[in-house]
Design a protein around this ligand. Structure first.
Ligand code: SF4
Length: 436
């Protein structure tokens, strides 16, 4: 198929005025053929803008649009079809999924375009010369790079694949073209820690400021690793030793570089039972989506919410979460209970789908919640954080819905935003002016 399929056109927009409709295809902008969304954005700043559009019946016409620089065209496209990943990373979470989940969950993507558009991490192991030329020419920056190790042989072992261009060569080329990169290391105890991690970190520092940040995150192991290499988990002891060694290094680097650079994932602090560093040591939170700084940010927001919380109509609510967030939620609900007068019960759902070592709230399934909460007094309402549901689809990982929970647990279920504000907003909705 040529060009980009137009999914929707905003009513009254510049494109709508020209008679462009959903189902049409945008073939070219200012004479430049379009491969994907990135090309569209790259060529769309001409004035006036010349669009070549095809109708579903094959009719092609051109239209000239004035004023596209001042207001959006109003075109919405499908995201690019991602390239498939050809790695076999020893720690890949997709390889450790149980059978029987939705098919898209088993799809492995590895596409630099999605890294630029949506911040997805990529190893760049499948990058071609043509891709590199395009990244540099179109200035696709920042990119998000999974480094894991800079020593080539070790990296190939981690990625489960031979013949990969050494990552440092690729990154040096991108850095020379002033492409900014945020990077990560998935830490596998005994594999890429110790002196290998020292080398990886110093190689990344050598590319600062083009390498703008480096996050170290622990590997995730599920109970479904049959026929996969044996890996050591990050235990509480390992996590606390790791923080004691690497947090001072992170502080020193922040001092030397003048801004935070090396970030340790929240999970290390939670597992190791070690206090988090100050909020300011996270800078502008460049690795938040990677689970770095979420807990301190939650705590800060929780303080604000507790301060403004008001007495609500008496009642009892249960809040479900994962084991790793339980202490945090307990701490918040205790304070919120004192301010609102509500009885608030936090409960962690055990992860039976992936196994008990998976403790994050985002991987709890509907059946896990039912199994963990059945037979308990849940009060007037069960609050479910939206991180447990697939965005835009309202279903849990196992395709159960909040309505299934209501039926099985005989309690009304409310899905709330996964934040202190979201939890408080849900409680206000449930208990403000409630008549009992
Ligand atoms: S890059 Fe590695 S971890 Fe990511 S999808 Fe591919 S195999 Fe899995």
């Amino acid at each position: 198929m040529r060009g980009l399929l137009i999914e929707a056109v905003v009513a009254g927009s510049l494109a709508d005025e020209q008679g462009i409709e959903s189902g049409d295809r945008l073939l070219a902008v200012d004479g430049h053929r379009l491969r994907d969304l990135i090309d569209f954005h790259y060529w769309s700043d001409a004035e006036p803008l010349l669009l070549e559009v095809a109708k579903p019946d094959g009719t092609v016409w051109e239209c000239e649009i004035e004023g596209a620089g001042a207001e959006p065209l109003g075109l919405m496209f499908q995201p690019p079809q991602p390239a498939r990943c050809r790695n076999n990373c020893v720690f890949c979470f997709v390889h450790q999924l149980p059978k029987g989940l939705r098919r898209p969950l088993y799809v492995k993507d590895e596409d630099y375009r999605l890294s630029f558009l949506y911040g997805n991490y990529v190893t760049l192991a499948n990058i071609t010369r043509g891709d590199l030329v395009r990244i540099k020419r179109q200035r696709l920056s920042p990119l998000y790079v999974s480094v894991h190790a800079t020593e080539p042989e070790l990296r190939e072992r981690l990625l489960g694949r031979a013949g990969i261009v050494p990552i440092l060569e690729v990154m040096k080329e991108l850095a020379a073209a002033r492409i900014v990169m945020h990077t990560q290391v998935v830490l596998c105890p005994g594999l890429n820690d110790g002196s290998d991690l020292e080398k990886t970190v110093s190689d990344m520092v050598s590319l600062y400021p083009r390498v703008a940040s480096l996050a170290i995150v622990p590997l995730g192991l599920t109970s479904h690793r049959s026929r996969l290499p044996a890996l050591d988990p990050v235990t509480s002891e390992y996590a606390s030793d790791f923080i004691r060694l690497w947090q001072p290094r992170s502080d020193q680097l922040a001092h030397d570089l003048g801004e935070p650079f090396l970030f340790l994932a929240d999970e290390f602090f939670l597992k190791g039972g070690i206090p988090f560093p100050s909020l300011s040591s996270y800078g502008d939170f460049p690795q938040l989506e990677n689970g770095v700084g979420m807990v301190p940010l939650f705590r800060e927001e929780a303080l604000r919410v507790v301060k403004k919380a008001r007495q609500l109509h008496p009642g009892h609510a249960t809040v479900v979460t994962g084991f790793s967030a339980l202490p945090l939620i307990e701490e918040f609900l205790l304070q919120l209970s004192a301010r609102t007068g509500l009885v608030l019960t936090p409960v962690a759902a055990e992860n039976r789908l992936f196994g008990p070592s998976v403790t994050v709230a985002g991987l709890v399934s509907g059946r896990d919640i039912i199994a963990s909460l059945q037979g308990r007094g849940l009060g007037d309402v069960l609050l479910v954080p939206d991180v447990m549901l697939k965005e835009g689809e309202g279903v849990f990982l196992d395709d159960l819905t909040p309505a299934d929970l209501e039926r099985e647990l005989a309690v009304s279920v409310m899905v709330v935003e996964t934040s202190p504000e979201g939890l408080y907003a849900g409680l206000k909705e449930a208990f403000r002016g409630k008549r009992r």
